[in-house]
Structure formats: C-alpha cells, structure tokens
Design a protein. Structure first.
Length: 445
C-alpha cells in the first residue's frame, strides 16, 4: 500500500468499510458458542443423542450414521461437534456390529458437513453470505437447490450399502450402554422434560423459517436454555452463565456423584461450547477481512486476475471457475475462511456482469469450502476426522474419502443448476448496475 501511495488513513477507512459488513457475523459467532454450551447445560443436545441411539438398527447402520450426524450438526451448527460426540459412539457400535468402517466414517462425515453447511448456527454458514454480500437465510435457501438433493442421493447410497450388507442382529457395545446410563444419571430424562427441551430447537427453526433476526433469537435461546437447566435439573444460574461464556463441563452440575470418573465418550459429548470457543475463528475472520480490505483498496486482484476472470462470459463459467478457485485455495491453505474472503473479492464483479446473484456466489463458497475440507489430508477438517477415527486414512485402501458422497454430488448439482438456470438468483440490468456501483464505491471509499 505504501508503494501504491495509499495513505494509512485510507487503509483504516477501507478496513472500517469492510468490517462494518462483518460485525453482525462476528456477534453471531459469539452467540453460536454460547448456545452450544447452554444447550448441553440444559440437556437439549444430550437428549437428542440419548434417544437417537434407541433407533439404530444393523441393516440401517450406515443410513443411521448419516441421518443422526445430519440432525446433530444441523441442530448444533458444528460438524466437528457432531462427529466428535454422538458419532464417535456410533463408530464403536459399528465396530461391534462388524460394519464396514470406511463406509460408516464416510456417512458420519457426510452427515456432519451437511449440517455445518446449512445450519444457521454454523460459522461457515454465517461467514459465506457476509463475504458475498447477501443475507443468512437467503444463503441457506440458495444452498437448498444443490445440497438437499445431494443429501437425498447420499442417503440412498448409504441405505443400499446397508441393505446389501451381511450385518446380523445388533450388538450392544458396552461403551454405548455406559454412555446412555451416564446421560440419564445427569439429566434424568422424562416426558415433561423432553417436551420442554424441544423448545430451544423450535425457536431456532422458527427464526429460520420466519426469517427473524438471528442474533436476538440466539440470545433468547441462550437465556431460555439456562432457565431450562434450572427448572429441569436444578442447576444454578451462575453455572449456566459459565456454560454460555466458557463452555460446559461436568463441574457445572451437581447430579454427578462426587468422585465419579466420567467415561471418555461422555466427556467428548459434554465438554465443549461457550462463546470463548469461537475466539480463534473470530480472530481469523477479523484478520482475513482486514487483509481483504487492503486487497480491495489496492486493486490487486483486478490487476493480477482481471483478464482471466474478466473473460468469464456465462453463468456456467462463473460457477465452475469459482468452485475450482475455491478448491485451489483450500488445497493451498487447508482452511475455508481465507478462501471465502478471497473468492468474494475475486468473483463479485464477474458474477454481477453475468447477472448471477450473490446467493449463488456464497453457495459456491460452501459447496467447496465446507464440503471438501474433509477430503484434504493436511486441512484442519481432514486431519480432525482422520485422527478422530483411529487415524483412518482419507484416500487409498481403507480410506473413507470415496464414501463421503455428499461433496461430489453437490458439485454435480451445482453445475446442473448453472446449465439449466434454476436457482441462479438472476439479476435485472438495473440490479446489476446498482450492485456494481456499490462495489466501485466501496473500493474507492
């Protein structure tokens, strides 16, 4: 910036303009950590896990793994939380049944990334529209065009895999029984508690369907979860606030007998969440947007990539180029967050020129950024999943990569949408001119 004779004051102004658009997302991420901690505190998430284990059947082990993780990740907004809690236990159950473990892990990962992609509680689901310049619920609606059909295809694949297997009667894994006993010991689930514990989920889904402001809904849910923890289990208000701020841990409840040593599975399920757990992600977002503001103000991308990207003359070319670029960034950096920021700066103008709406750009970000991290061994997601399941390889013999299904099918549907024009949020000439003028104003602010 110094070499371009752009003053420090101009840099700060560019940063303020860019950060103005991301502040609501950062606030939402703080709230997301809080809601995870308090949903565990009140027993809402443990209740879903507890009853989820009761419906698992050997012939449907692969489909059950996919659907349970899909539900869990959608409710919590975290693929890592989902895979690292209920489905770690399901992995143990699958071993007891003699199931094909790469298929099981592929199903777990596929279900996890579905929720991570579409849940309004997910940081990637919030960050992508913030970068592209669209709203959260419009972004989620856009992803339904390719992600929902891809999930249906994946479910069919896992159903067929289970029905054609030779798995016999269910084997009860001792760790599963221990886990369920511990959950019942802490939360003592019963019919009236179960009804009350569904309310936090209902509020989130109502806010999504009714397109209500997300942050007030999350704050309301955090307070409600703390109150439910007090009403249903006799937990204290102070411990509920602690769960919201720094995350839940077993020391926050008095239903665990003194000296009791919790199982490893129970610890993995319960010890998580809290607003402070989002600090590293928020720091990455802040610094990434700061860099993006300098990139936009200095005009670097226009200079380096202007000719290549500027020559995109169709919506199909825009979608394919954006998703390939996102994949290249993912392979190079191992993280989606930086890719979201860079992709937005690179492709807003080409998308507008080809009259393709910003919800499609944000969809392209998550089609690759959220879905393909689990397939890159040196990425955060790839390393996490491989380590989570006994260092299972992603590729090669015994790897789960080919069985994730969802990422590949999502890309196919994304291209089909671009070819057919369905779900492309087409702009009018007036809308395109207005959005282009906004970009020019932001770049020169």
């Amino acid at each position: 910036m110094l070499a371009l004779h752009i003053s420090w004051d101009d840099c700060l102004e560019a940063l303020c303009v860019k950060m103005k658009s991301v502040i609501p997302t950062l606030c939402m991420m703080w709230c997301t950590g809080g809601i995870i901690g308090t949903m565990i505190f009140c027993g809402a998430v443990p209740m879903v896990i507890y009853y989820g284990f009761m419906v698992i059947s050997p012939k449907f082990i692969y489909l059950s793994a996919f659907l349970l993780c899909l539900i869990m990740s959608t409710l919590t907004g975290s693929s890592w939380t989902s895979a690292g809690t209920a489905d770690v236990a399901m992995f143990g159950m699958a071993m007891g049944m003699g199931a094909n473990l790469p298929i099981v892990v592929g199903a777990i990962v596929a279900g996890s990334i579905f929720g991570d992609k579409v849940s309004p509680l997910s940081e990637t689901t919030n960050m992508a529209p913030a970068c592209a310049g669209t709203t959260l619920y419009t972004h989620i609606g856009s992803m339904m065009y390719d992600t929902l059909p891809a999930a249906v295809v994946a479910a069919i694949v896992f159903l067929i895999a289970g029905l054609t297997s030779d798995l016999g009667s269910a084997a009860t894994d001792e760790s599963i029984t221990t886990l369920m006993n511990e959950l019942m010991m802490i939360y003592n689930f019963c019919w009236w508690k179960n009804i009350l514990l569904l309310i936090p989920f209902a509020i989130i889904f109502y806010a999504a369907l009714a397109k209500k402001p997300v942050i007030p809904a999350l704050v309301l849910d955090i307070l409600l979860c703390i109150i439910l923890g007090i009403i249903c289990h006799g937990f204290s208000l102070a411990n509920g606030m602690t769960a919201a701020y720094s995350g839940f841990n077993l020391a926050l409840v008095d239903t665990v007998p003194e000296g009791y040593e919790a199982s490893e599975f129970l610890t993995k399920i319960l010890v998580r969440g809290g607003s402070m757990s989002m600090a590293s992600v928020i720091f990455t977002c802040f610094t990434g947007f700061a860099a993006a503001s300098m990139i936009a103000r200095g005009g670097y991308l226009d200079c380096v990539l202007g000719k290549t990207i500027g020559n995109l003359k169709s919506r199909v070319g825009c979608v394919i180029a954006a998703e390939l670029t996102m994949l290249a960034i993912m392979i190079a950096t191992g993280t989606a967050y930086v890719g979201f920021i860079i992709l937005a700066e690179m492709y807003k103008k080409p998308f507008i020129k080809n009259r393709v709406g910003m919800p499609v750009l944000s969809r392209c970000m998550e089609d690759v950024g959220t879905c393909f991290g689990c397939l890159i061994p040196w990425s955060l997601s790839g390393a996490y999943y491989a380590g989570l399941f006994d260092n299972m390889p992603i590729w090669g013999a015994g790897g789960y990569g080919l069985w994730t299904v969802l990422p590949y099918v999502t890309i196919v549907f994304a291209i089909v949408l671009a070819v057919t024009g369905i779900g492309m949020y087409k702009m009018s000439d007036e809308e395109a001119e207005a959005q282009m003028a906004e970009l020019q104003a932001e770049a020169t602010a």
